[in-house]
Write a protein that binds this ligand. Structure first.
Ligand code: 1QQ
Length: 393
């Protein structure tokens, strides 16, 4: 989809590489730095060189609601990992301003100038579709932490995600909502201009069909729309049991507010953008009863979850969210991949990320396969009294 630009940074990096000591050429064509190969394995692995990781996140503008939590979760993981013996990480964080062009330049910077061993991010699937071909052609293992759309791991064998696919989340959340709310007829409303929300819409339709739930109102809008009265009037006239919504947060907040103002009281089932305390905080009472499937729950008794919540809350003076938890987990998955062969070169990290089997994480047991796809549990939650609460149990 994208081509690789030859940038000044790339040429400068290439010049540096030719003068650097201990650089050898591997058969795959990617350079291997002997200083990134250590001794021992697993917990005993010792690598002398600092391992550079790049994080490209949306720290400002529309997706900052998630990007800020991601930065914090990742920084906490790196701090904890650096407190362990043997491997030291340097995290280079770049803000893509929720903008595709800036995420492309940020990827180019960390790949070519910083020569990172692996990349974490970007925040939105939209940006992933544009930047991942660059990681792939440069041979840099890249781990998405909130890239939930269909087709992302398929971009190439260097592309992974520690991000519950939206199709998996919806396959849990819609049936759970159908049971809890006795759904027969629903309205569906989606943003047709964003790749993640459009992909989620297709999945929602599939799951609703599987569940024998009839879609009696089918409305759409575009990412930057602010007035939803036409779509909401159609929904109100439809007298549905629930509204299934696929939207990014920027639209979700005015949309739900306008729906409640119009008198639509039907419960709302949403996609990944709902997994945010920022969104719940902005919606206040209008958020009550929202149902969403996600990768993490504060209430889950997964390994290390209580310690993670305590450490995060102490460090940042606010509770973590799902986006922080996924970013934190990605840090540990990369460390696991580095330590497996005690080799922080790009090729070794890519090979070992693809073999992570039931790693015991705060998200529960998590596996990554060589196709880059994640396997993990989904948690279905409902907003009650402003808090995410597990729907089942
Ligand atoms: C995606 C998403 C977004 C809602 C993450 C912030 O899931 O773009 O895939």
């Amino acid at each position: 989809m994208r081509f690789n630009k030859t940038s000044g940074a790339l040429l400068a990096a290439a010049a540096l590489m030719t003068t650097a000591a201990c650089v050898s050429e591997e058969s795959s064509g990617s350079e291997s730095d002997d200083a990134l190969v250590g001794e021992g394995t697993g917990a005993d692995c010792v690598i002398e060189e600092t391992v550079k990781l790049g994080a490209v996140l949306s720290l400002t503008e529309g997706a900052a609601f998630a990007g800020e939590y991601q930065r914090e979760g990742l920084e906490l993981a790196i701090e904890e990992l650096n407190a362990q013996d043997g491997v030291t990480y340097e995290l280079i964080v770049e803000d893509d301003h929720t903008n595709v062009e800036d995420s492309v330049s940020a990827f180019e910077k960390v790949i070519d100038r910083d020569q990172v061993s692996a990349i974490i991010g970007p925040t939105l699937s939209n940006q992933a579709f544009t930047t991942y071909p660059d990681s792939q052609s440069a041979g840099v293992p890249t781990v998405g932490i909130s890239t939930t759309a269909e087709g992302i791991p398929e971009i190439g064998d260097y592309i992974f995600r520690a991000s519950l696919p939206e199709e998996v989340a919806l396959a849990e959340s819609i049936p759970a909502a159908a049971e809890a709310l006795d759904l027969e007829e629903v309205a569906i409303l989606h943003d047709s201009a964003d790749e993640f929300t459009a992909s989620a819409y297709n999945t929602m339709m599939d799951v609703l069909t599987d569940e024998d739930i009839e879609v009696t109102v089918d409305e759409s809008f575009e990412t930057t729309d602010t007035n939803f009265s036409a779509q909401l009037t159609a929904i109100q006239e439809g007298e549905v049991d629930a509204v299934i919504l696929s939207a990014l947060p920027a639209a979700t907040i005015p949309l739900i507010t306008q729906a409640r103002e119009l008198g639509i009281e039907a419960p709302i089932v949403g996609g990944n953008a709902f997994n945010s305390p920022v969104l719940v905080g902005s919606l206040e009472d209008a958020a009550e009863g929202l149902i969403v499937g996600g990768a993490w729950s504060a209430a889950a008794e997964t390994t290390g979850n209580a310690d993670f919540i305590a450490a995060y809350t102490e460090k940042y003076e606010r509770a973590p969210d799902q986006f922080a938890a996924q970013a934190y987990t990605a840090g540990y998955l990369i460390d696991q991949a580095v330590r497996a062969d005690c080799d922080a070169n790009r090729e070794a990290i890519k090979d070992n990320l693809g073999q992570i089997l039931e790693f015991d994480s705060i998200l529960g047991p998590i596996s990554l396969d060589e196709n880059g796809e994640v396997t993990q549990n989904a948690f279905v939650q409902i907003i009650r009294d402003g808090e995410f609460t597990l729907l089942e149990g």
